[in-house]
Design a protein around this ligand. Structure first.
Ligand code: HEC
Ligand code: HEC
Ligand code: HEC
Ligand code: HEC
Ligand code: HEC
Length: 487
């Protein structure tokens, strides 16, 4: 702008005018209009159907793929071979839910039931994520007879490091390419990795949540009801905007070496893949993973009690509890909807140590009715809750889980006995289990293990007794306190 104005001045005022003015190109005469069709490549992005298409996906109703290549279990190298040069990574993975994804007894009981309900129609769907090699080499069956080690080892090294691309989000949308040019090839995060025994390829996918998305979004394969949405929950969260991937929390990197014969590196990603499951990893004999799962759960949430200044035996008392998801990059809890449940166990204890109110105890293997819990409920076509047979799922009835970096306030209203003695102690325990005892019993009968409850965090507060307040003043106080409580 400025230059052109200066030029304009120069143009008008100096002898150079002729030069400058004449150097402005004269407008070319407009070509005669011949409007036509301009060819464009497809700019819609590929539409992702989210589910397998019959006749198109070879392992329907799973979206697993091999780009049409015929593969056998022998195309995948044994995990013990990898352990020879990647021992640390191997011991981290071994005992994780990934290494247990086929042998997991809770999974196998569920698979059995679903296979029966569906007369086998669902088998490949479930197995596509729980034994990818078993499915692409066509040897997996729900009974699991005569399956190769490669398949039994579930989500193992050769599954993730043979993923050459993804064909969409969820329902097993990985493409496995175990060998290329007749040599074993491992897709990984390094641009300069050299191994004496396999080719390597830099794969950006492996550094992103999209790798995990292949299996961590589950959609009903026939009616598209969302069953698990861990990846999508993360995608829509602030963590995505900040570039924090699943790998950053579930494979926390440390400096070191990927192999004793490899280079020194600033970031070697660990392979524990710990989530919330402290039960199955312990059942299958890991001593490290259950403790790490508990740590993970304890880092996920905070609890804050917002109580009026005094409570009274003369009126109904309101107390609010704020639960905040501070550590999970997706909803809290996320994943397997039939099982995962987080809940508040809220107690009021008087000065004599007598429990005068409680809501959130476990009764008959479940959280008692009225418990403030954080969970998703799927419904069937009549709107009835689906406990286990996700094939019947037709809708999401209710979802009280806490979004990433979000919080939820729940309010209790309770009466105190006349002879209560102040001051009162309020205790809010935040608990989690991967499965209720009732679900385990239903699935596994006599074989069912004891359910495992993790106390994630807890808050306490002391409140005086007083008769000067009514329910409505207490409620008004509480609303003001809640508004002021730390956001
Ligand atoms: C004889 C030793 C040896 C064996 C056996 C071995 N690797 Fe490697 N691998 C290496 C070395 C060395 C590197 C390079 C490490 C570095 O550069 O930091 C490597 C790198 C890798 C990488 C990173 C590739 C990249 O480009 O980011 C992956 C993934 C990998 N190996 C997977 C496997 C798997 C899976 C197995 C088992 C099937 C296996 N390796 C067996 C030695 C081995
Ligand atoms: C669930 C998928 C998954 C499984 C199973 C898995 N890996 Fe990895 N691995 C990854 C991802 C993802 C990365 C890269 C993380 C990043 O850089 O963000 C990685 C990185 C690596 C690397 C490069 C060094 C590092 O740790 O960053 C090696 C070597 C490797 N894996 C070997 C193995 C071996 C051996 C096994 C089996 C014992 C195995 N992986 C199992 C997903 C997996
Ligand atoms: C090929 C499918 C597949 C891929 C790819 C995959 N997962 Fe998983 N993942 C599973 C399955 C199946 C389970 C549950 C296993 C079971 O039932 O025991 C699981 C379990 C987990 C758990 C444990 C959950 C719990 O309840 O404790 C975590 C954490 C996890 N995956 C993280 C990841 C991350 C991070 C990635 C990407 C780097 C990833 N997964 C990639 C299939 C996969
Ligand atoms: C900011 C850290 C963070 C990020 C990012 C993150 N997670 Fe998690 N994840 C957690 C924590 C903490 C827990 C334990 C609390 C819980 O169960 O939700 C967890 C739990 C899980 C579980 C067990 C679910 C349950 O409730 O039993 C799975 C599966 C999982 N994450 C997978 C993923 C995948 C896949 C991604 C990426 C799409 C991801 N996570 C991103 C922190 C994270
Ligand atoms: C798209 C991949 C995918 C498909 C398809 C799938 N699952 Fe899973 N499944 C997972 C992942 C990922 C988890 C772990 C989520 C979490 O930790 O909450 C899981 C967890 C489970 C669990 C809980 C295991 C445990 O010990 O915590 C059971 C049981 C289960 N699946 C059964 C099934 C059955 C039965 C089917 C078929 C109807 C099926 N799954 C289909 C990916 C899949």
């Amino acid at each position: 702008m400025i230059i052109s104005r200066v030029r304009g001045l120069v143009c008008a005022a100096s002898l150079m005018a002729a030069f400058f003015c004449s150097s402005v190109p004269a407008a070319e005469p407009a070509p005669e209009a011949h409007y036509g069709v301009v060819p464009l490549p497809d700019n819609t992005m590929n539409h992702d159907p989210g589910i397998a298409i019959k006749g198109k996906n070879e392992f329907y109703p799973s979206r697993a793929g091999t780009d049409g290549r015929h593969v056998t279990p022998n195309d995948f190298e044994p995990v013990v071979l990898c352990s020879g040069c990647h021992m640390e990574i191997y011991t981290q993975w071994k005992g994780s839910m990934h290494s247990d994804s086929w042998t997991d007894p809770v999974y196998r009981s569920a698979l059995h039931l679903m296979s029966e309900f569906s007369h086998g129609k669902i088998d490949n769907f479930c197995m596509g994520c729980h034994t990818p090699i078993g499915v692409v080499s066509r040897e997996a069956t729900p009974e699991g007879k005569n399956m190769s080690d490669a398949a039994v080892e579930g989500v193992q090294c050769e599954v993730c490091h043979n993923i050459s691309r993804t064909s969409g989000v969820g329902n097993g949308s990985y493409v496995l390419t175990p060998k290329l040019h007749g040599r074993p090839l491992k897709f990984g995060p390094y641009k300069d990795a050299v191994s004496p025994i396999h080719d390597t390829a830099y794969s950006k996918l492996h550094t992103q949540s999209e790798l995990c998305s292949d299996c961590h979004d589950v959609t009903h394969p026939f009616n598209k009801v969302p069953i698990e949405r861990t990846y999508t929950e993360w995608r829509d969260s602030p963590y995505n905007g900040e570039g924090i991937q699943c790998q950053d929390c579930h494979m926390k990197p440390v400096p070191g070496r990927a192999s004793p014969i490899g280079k020194d590196r600033d970031r070697v990603y660990t392979h524990y893949f710990v989530g919330g499951n402290a039960l199955v990893t312990q059942l299958l004999g890991s001593d490290k993973h259950p403790a790490k799962a508990e740590e993970m759960l304890k880092s996920a949430a905070t609890v804050q009690i917002i109580a009026p200044p005094t409570l009274s035996a003369n009126h109904t008392n309101p107390v609010t509890i704020r639960v905040r998801n501070v550590g999970a990059g997706h909803k809290l809890p996320t994943g397997f909807p039939e099982g995962r449940e987080m809940w508040l166990d809220f107690k009021v204890v008087d000065a004599h140590g007598r429990q005068v109110y409680r809501l959130g105890a476990v009764k008959d293997g479940k959280t008692e009715p009225g418990t403030q819990n954080f969970k998703v409920w799927l419904g069937d076509k009549d709107g009835k809750v689906v406990d286990l047979n996700v094939l019947d799922a037709d809708r999401v009835l209710r979802d009280t889980r806490i979004p990433p970096r979000g919080f939820q306030d729940v309010t209790y209203e309770f009466d105190l006995p006349k002879d209560v003695v102040g001051p009162l102690k309020l205790v809010a325990d935040l608990n989690y289990w991967s499965f209720s005892q009732a679900l385990l019993d239903h699935l596994m009968g006599k074989e069912a293990p004891r359910a495992h409850i993790t106390l994630m965090t807890s808050a306490t507060a002391q409140v005086q007794l007083s008769d000067h307040m009514t329910t409505s003043t207490a409620q008004a106080d509480l609303a003001a306190l809640a508004a002021r409580a730390d956001q």
